[in-house]
Design a protein around this ligand. Structure first.
Ligand code: NAP
Length: 476
């Protein structure tokens, strides 16, 4: 069994006290990672703070040269990392490889985006003021604390680390417990790229054990968090006056109108709902369908879902793979049980073997059921029927979440009208919700978050404006 080390101030740090990372496929121990204490965590922040003094002064071309080396190292390690993800979070090898490839493109695009950021010059002649010019530049903030979730341990981590580093910040990175080993392998590629010591640091330990020491560290100048609404709110409540970007949970609706292309809608909704077992923030988490076409849409969905192969992620034929933990499977099972008891009809699925959950479609879901409001983060899709568009919009907005939404229709006027009225960060017309392509702004409102990610927007959130105002005397 491998015992991994973590990377602080240019050194790989081990501990006597380690904790187990389970393989969700087998529920056996995959490896051990260090359980850091307050002292090591403080060391990571102090190193990052000290490194910031020189890193912020480096030229953009120097930082770009290191980012380009990182791309090379990440490309070399992609199969090793993807294979680890296959074992550590039960993501299919194909999807894991695609995540790493997407991340490589993310870094390349980040380099390009940073090149486009130039100071703005203002002519200060206004309101009786004369002889003044102002130059406003974007400058780095300092130490960025990056906290990422288990479902995209590489992409969602690098989506914070890359914009932070290119802009001249230093980083303390905390990955989710499930995903730590994959993230350690990714961190090795940063080390190999040759970033100066202290510029990038990774801390390990369970969030519930080390969260408070992380959030309260005085060196932090910005926090970028992606994860559940519950933890995001905890972080926000403990954070004092530090810029914060929170990307949190969702309950994305897919609204299907009676004029929609049903076959196409069903294909996109099924993929949107069941890819990576529904463990995606932007998974379709409820279908709102016109009662005139609900039965026809259900027939299409059932045909797709009944063909899904279910089993270990190590078998590439399987589309539905084990959930991240037994606790997640129990949560999904309880939601289905509650819906059934309240009168919903389970059309397919509701089968569990340990943490493997079969894809489940539930019809006639109503307000009195937990699944109407809760984010299951599992392969279960509730169907809610509506009779008018007004009712569909009202159901869509009857949620504490506001990440994304979809509208399926062939009528662009209706699509635009609904899109404007839905309370969410974005609305996809005739596509499932999705994060990306990665350069698009990505955000949630309500309990889904605040602040914006996306490459340019992430750089924005990790820098601040600094103005230099030139006053001159024209008589000299
Ligand atoms: P999570 O349980 O909230 O964990 C997210 C991260 O926070 C992990 O690194 C976790 O570490 C850490 N953490 C836990 N407690 C903490 C504390 N007290 N202080 C500081 N950090 C703490 O979320 P998850 O289960 O990994 O991911 C699933 C959730 O993320 C879903 O709700 C999903 O919708 C959301 N998500 C949102 C987006 C988006 O962009 N909007 C994208 C992906 C996922 P440990 O693992 O060690 O606990």
């Amino acid at each position: 069994m491998n015992i991994y080390k973590t990377y602080i101030n240019g050194e790989w740090i081990g501990k006597e006290h380690n904790y187990d990372i389970l393989n969700p496929n087998t529920l056996t121990v995959l490896g051990k990672v260090p359980c850091l204490g307050v002292e090591e965590i403080d060391k990571a922040f102090t190193a990052a703070d000290e490194a910031f003094n020189s890193w912020k002064k480096t030229s953009l071309s120097f930082r770009i040269s290191l980012m380009e080396k990182w791309v090379v190292e990440l490309s070399k390690a992609k199969l090793e990392i993807a294979t680890m993800m296959n074992n550590e979070i039960a993501k299919s090898l194909k999807d894991a490889l695609s995540e790493v490839n997407r991340t490589i493109d993310y870094i390349k695009y980040t380099i390009e985006e940073m090149k486009r950021i130039q100071p703005k010059v203002y002519n200060g002649k206004a309101w009786g003021v004369e002889n003044k010019y102002a130059i406003f530049n974007r400058v780095p903030l300092g130490v960025v604390l990056a906290i990422s979730p288990f479902n995209y341990p590489i992409n969602l981590s690098v989506a914070k680390i890359a914009p932070a580093l290119i802009a001249g910040n230093t980083v303390v990175f905390k990955s989710s417990t499930q995903g730590t080993i994959s993230a350690i392998l990714m961190s090795k590629t940063i080390e190999k790229a040759g970033f100066p010591k202290g510029v990038f640091n990774m801390v390990t330990g369970r969030g519930r054990d080390i969260g408070d020491s992380l959030i309260s560290n005085p060196h932090i100048k910005m926090i970028s968090f992606t994860g559940s609404t519950e933890i995001g709110k905890t972080i926000a409540s403990k954070n004092s006056m530090k810029p914060l970007v929170l990307e949190m949970g969702g309950k994305d609706p897919a609204i299907v109108l009676e004029d929609a292309d049903l076959k196409s809608a069903a294909i996109k909704i099924a993929k949107g709902a069941f890819s990576f077992n529904g463990q995606r923030c932007t998974a379709v988490k409820r279908v709102l369908v016109s009662d005139k076409i609900a039965d026809a849409l259900i027939t299409e969905l059932l045909e797709i879902i009944s063909n899904y192969k279910v089993g270990y992620a190590t078998d590439e034929n399987n589309f539905i793979t084990p959930l991240i933990s037994q606790g997640s499977a129990n949560f999904v099972s309880d939601l289905i049980k509650d819906a059934k008891e309240q009168g919903a009809k389970v059309l397919i699925g509701n089968k569990f073997v340990r943490n493997l959950a079969w894809p489940t479609l539930i019809d006639n879901v109503t307000k009195n059921m937990k699944i109407y409001y809760e984010e299951p983060f599992g392969p279960v899709l509730p169907i809610i029927r509506f009779s008018t568009i007004k009712e569909a919009i009202s159901i869509a907005n009857d949620s504490s979440y506001g990440l994304q939404a979809s509208v399926f229709t062939t009528n662009i006027n209706k699509a635009m009208d609904i899109a404007h009225k839905i309370e969410s960060g974005s609305v996809n017309i005739n596509s499932a919700p999705q994060r990306g392509p990665d350069h698009l702004p990505f955000l949630g409102i309500k309990d889904s978050g605040f602040g914006v990610q996306g490459i340019a927007d992430s750089i924005d959130s990790m820098t601040t404006l600094k103005g230099i105002v030139i006053n001159y005397d024209e008589n000299n």
